[in-house]
Design a protein around this ligand. Structure first.
Ligand code: GLU
Length: 380
């Protein structure tokens, strides 16, 4: 047992498990035996005092099998309709399997827009916490029947990474249909090796992940590594393990060297900043001069009008906006105190001039430090 694993698992009691379609479904739709195995394990650990939230895919795949379609569904209406068929079945299977252990399940279907609005984000968190307090197992999925491109998580790796933040999970366990992250294509067994521990998500790690797609689910390894980046940025460890393996959770919790463990980043973002950085979609851009950039990145200062070189986009007060340096490198994202129109009028000016130009001076800062996430690659 490596010391890192031991340390992480010692404190892990609030667990988020993401189960991919590739694990849950087989030739004949939902694989009841696999689901039963996973549920048995979750139930056993729940009885020992662990709290679990499950992010489960499988609605679309299950609906597709139920309809007898052999082909992969392409269009959005097809996927939405298949999810409407499959989601109910998926929940029935979970409900029956957990019911055997006298555990109650709850369904939570979300879209991205439920999390980008702060009040809904907080309500989602309240519901989740209440369910956990009641000893119920929340089963979460994207609300595929209504989700369109604009408001989609896209894949459940992304959805799970956001839930990890909301529930303040101690670890996110990603059950997949591979053994973990390989340094090449895992199908090429001779040449590629499993990476057991990732301390830092380097370009090489991203490259290793980019080649392998998931034939059943939506994510593939690339989206798992993107999710790992978000989750570890919040200070939460992330582990990718083979979900079909019997006793896999037992192996994880006894610290065995299974799968790929991504260690949490040492300097991690607080919940609100993580939400700004990773949940919100940027509505525009502010180009910032070098002086203001280093005041923000080195000295923890807020962004003042004097540091703004140019404004791009049409955004309102409170919108999330990306900050870039003069060369176009993104270094921060934050919620603005002024609209794009007003920033354009006060950019480059001393704070004392705001009132003179705009007629009022509600804030000194364009973005207050408390509403800004700073990191070299957070602002997508
Ligand atoms: N939400 C989708 C489903 O339940 C799956 C998304 C994914 O595979 O990441 O079918």
């Amino acid at each position: 047992m490596s010391s890192e694993r031991k340390e992480i698992l010692k404190h892990a009691k609030r667990i988020l498990i993401k189960i991919g379609s590739g694990v849950l479904t087989g030739e004949n739709g939902l694989d009841l035996a696999i689901i039963e195995n996973i549920v048995d394990e979750i139930a056993a650990f729940t009885k020992q005092g662990y709290q679990f939230v499950v992010v489960s895919s499988g609605a679309i795949a299950s609906g597709r099998h139920r309809m007898g379609f052999k082909h992969k569904l392409q269009s959005l209406p097809e996927k939405q309709a298949a999810a409407a068929i499959g989601q109910g079945r998926l929940m029935r299977v979970y409900s029956n399997s957990f019911g055997k252990h006298e555990l109650i399940v709850a369904q939570m279907l979300l879209t991205m827009s439920d999390l980008t609005e702060r009040t809904r984000f907080l309500n989602t968190r309240n519901t989740l916490n209440m369910l956990l307090e009641w000893g119920v197992i929340p089963i979460i999925n994207e609300n595929d029947t209504v989700a369109v491109e604009e408001i989609k998580f896209g894949d459940n790796d992304n959805l799970a990474s956001m839930m990890a933040n909301i529930m303040e999970a101690n670890i996110l366990i990603n059950l997949t249909n591979t053994d973990g992250l390989y340094d090449g294509n895992p199908k090429d067994k001779k040449k590629s090796k499993l990476i057991p521990l990732v301390k830092d998500i380097t370009d090489d790690i991203e490259k290793a992940a980019s080649s392998v797609a998931d034939p059943v689910g939506m994510g593939g390894m690339k989206s798992k590594v993107i999710a790992a980046r978000k989750v570890t940025a919040f200070g939460i460890p992330f582990i990718i393990v083979p979900g079909k393996k019997k006793g896999i959770l037992h192996e994880v919790f006894s610290g065995e060297n299974v799968g790929t463990l991504f260690l949490p980043m040492e300097e991690h973002l607080k919940s609100k900043k993580h939400w700004i950085a990773f949940t919100l979609r940027s509505r525009g851009k502010l180009y910032i001069d070098d002086g203001a950039r280093s005041a923000i990145t080195q000295q923890g200062k807020s962004l003042l009008p004097g540091g703004v070189l140019a404004v791009e986009g049409d955004f309102s007060v409170g919108d999330p906006v990306t900050c870039l340096d003069a060369s176009g490198q993104v270094f921060a994202k934050g919620l603005v105190n002024y609209s794009s129109r007003d920033i354009d009028r006060i950019k480059g000016l001393k704070t004392a001039k705001i009132k003179q130009v705009l007629g009022s001076h509600p804030y000194d800062e364009i973005i207050h430090r408390d509403n800004m996430a700073v990191s070299k690659d957070n602002g997508k």
